[in-house]
Design a protein around this ligand. Structure first.
Ligand SMILES: *Cc1c(COP(=O)(O)O)cnc(C)c1O
Length: 404
């Protein structure tokens, strides 16, 4: 039996590694787009666990899938394969460019696999000197040492000793800069097809097309990090499908499991053969429980009405944010796509995104930020109109309170 005692926020400071600064309240229950804390206070959830809870909290298809699988088998390791993994991989190949899938447990691990595959492919097919990874400033690719080094924020990668080498950071949306820099030494370009953590920055059509052309010209692989944009978030199942540019490798996580940890790297048969037996692996990757949940999530999210619903909800979000801004002008623009939206603060409000997040929390609304100047919204893809209206009413009250 677990001991019955109440844990509070102080316990975090007592026994947890202090790499996070969590809010004071502790959520204990969620249903759809609502969450309740220990005191029974209710919140509207516009954060979705950072673009993870794509079907809201405790959606029946996820609860049914995990219960059913929990009574069959939980874990095998990759010494054997398993039915949920095979079904999920098949689904992912049906709904994307990919022929082959590697399962991991997180976005960083999916990216780690993508980068290792790119390096291995270039070394096998061309030369070990073809090792340069190009990525973009403000980009985010996870916290393992390789992925955080490829990410474009030195604040995250500095201070841990020597970094993995041959990584170059260029400016996002600067095609000329990329064209001038790229060479036969370039192994791969890794990018988010819409920068999330970096402030909700979309690629220009010219840039995204140009990156693909430059990769082809220099025999470099194009890796799309769709950890945040994937699984319906932008209104397409994967964001690349709305951009008319197909990557060679795609990483996916966050919404893939709808709240259960899972990540995956998707690629073609031609590339996949370079990760032959023993070259890469994961104990938990492809775990039956994780794959059973993700299978239920993907089956739901790929329904045309769910994807169309994301575009409808984007409209509702944009209209409501504009209405708030008409009364209390704090935003310069609302950017992003689908339900990966960022309200960028205007000149007078620079640096105050966190103030809005805190005020929203006090009004019973969970939002996110992306840097100091962007309030970010990544709610459930199936959030109801009534929940959006209620959340926006709370956001308006929060902004009214600090507006002066
Ligand atoms: C969140 C995120 C990651 C890291 O995912 P983890 O599951 O935290 O390892 C990588 N890339 C992008 C674009 C992300 O948004």
């Amino acid at each position: 039996m677990t001991k019955e005692y109440k844990v509070d926020r102080q316990v975090f400071d007592d026994v947890m590694v202090p790499c996070y600064a969590p809010m004071q309240m502790i959520p204990v229950k969620g249903e759809g787009a609502r969450v309740w804390d220990q005191e029974g206070r209710e919140y509207v959830d516009f954060a979705g666990g950072i673009a993870v809870s794509c079907l809201g909290h405790c959606h029946p298809v996820m609860v049914d899938a995990i219960k059913a699988q929990a009574e069959k088998i939980w874990h095998l390791s990759n010494v054997m394969t398993n039915e949920p993994a095979l079904r999920l991989a098949t689904l992912l190949t049906e709904h994307s460019f990919a022929d082959k899938v590697f399962f991991a447990n997180s976005g960083a691990e999916a990216n780690e696999a993508a980068l290792k595959l790119a390096r291995r492919y270039a070394a096998d097919k061309f030369s070990p000197d073809k090792s340069e990874i190009i990525s973009f400033k403000q980009g985010f690719h996870g916290r393992t040492f390789f992925t955080v080094t490829v990410g474009g924020q030195e604040a995250y990668s500095d201070g841990f000793g020597p970094k993995p080498g041959a990584v170059t950071h260029l400016a996002y949306n600067d095609l000329t800069g990329l064209a001038e820099h790229m060479s036969e030494r370039t192994c791969a370009v890794m990018m988010e097809p819409l920068q999330g953590e970096g402030g909700i920055v979309s690629p220009t059509p010219k840039f995204i097309q140009g990156v693909r052309e430059l990769c082809d010209k220099h025999n470099a692989l194009l890796i799309f990090d769709e950890v945040q944009t994937g699984n319906g978030r932008t209104g397409d199942f994967y964001a690349y499908q709305g951009l008319g540019v197909i990557p060679d490798i795609l990483s996916t996580a966050k919404s893939l499991g709808g709240g259960f940890p899972i990540g995956a790297m998707l690629t073609t048969t031609e590339l996949a053969v370079h990760l032959k037996v023993g070259t890469h692996g994961s104990t938990y990757g492809g775990n039956p429980l994780a794959c059973a949940v993700a299978e239920a999530v993907v089956s739901e999210v790929t329904k045309p009405e769910v994807l169309a619903g994301v575009k409808q909800r984007e409209q509702w979000f944009r209209e409501a944010l504009e209405a708030i801004n008409a009364k209390y002008p704090v935003f310069a623009e609302v950017r992003g796509k689908g339900l990966l939206l960022g309200a960028a603060l205007n000149d007078e409000w620079q640096g105050r995104a966190r103030d809005i997040l805190v005020a929203a929390g006090e009004e019973g609304l969970m939002v996110l930020i992306a840097g100091a100047n962007v309030v970010r919204f990544t709610p459930s893809l199936v959030i109801g109109k009534a929940d959006i209206d209620e959340g926006m009413a709370r956001l308006e009250r929060a902004i009214a309170k600090i507006y002066s």
